[in-house]
Design a protein around this ligand. Sequence first.
Ligand SMILES: *Cc1c(COP(=O)(O)O)cnc(C)c1O
Length: 230
Amino acid sequence: MNTKHSYQLQLNNVQNRIVAACEQADRDENSVQLIGASKTKPANMIRDFFDLGLTNFGENYLNEAIEKQKQLADLNITWHYIGQIQSNKTKLIANHFDWVHGVDRLKTAQRLNDQNSTEKSLNILIQINLDNEASKAGIPLNEALSLSKHINKLPNISLRGFMALPKSRENFAEQKACLVKLKHLLDDINQDLDINLDTISAGMSNDLEAAICAGTTMVRVGSDLFGART
Ligand SMILES: *Cc1c(COP(=O)(O)O)cnc(C)c1O
């Protein structure tokens, strides 16, 4: 079996899981976007998956991402920054990505806003620390309203919703119960601020079904698409 053929099978497998979960949740299968979390994987693997129809890729490490973007500049990829944001790197992030998933401070949002010199408006997701883990970025749920209100006023970026990276749980019901908090948050904030946030980024290889049942709109899948990372 050649490599491209096994990539096709891996992509089909993840796409079929998304379709099945949408069916189970009574959702339109087009309401969930698949993002390939391609950290540590080479540019030519991204190119192969792009050829198979995957157009959205998420990267965690800035230098690695920029190097791969150079090699893939001929492809119309939508790039997501899904790593930790260092504030001295916001200019590079603003100018190399279409989406930034992990914003958790107004200062970071302001810098991304001020330093975005592209034509495009940068799409922003606020990271929520659902399990209040000290090791992870993100704000507690009860700070989301205030931060959303301030970020939403910035003219050169577009607040789109929320992202989370919850603790790994094995049990479907527990995964869903945790992730559904993001959906409630999105609905509450849309109502309170009279806005239309439309994106929830949550769900990875081991919890994408629960995330879809909980209302997520973007799943970030790495190992089940590209193989385990070493
Ligand atoms: C690596 C990564 C993923 C993908 O995780 P898998 O378990 O390999 O699917 C998703 N989101 C973020 C933020 C990541 O760093």
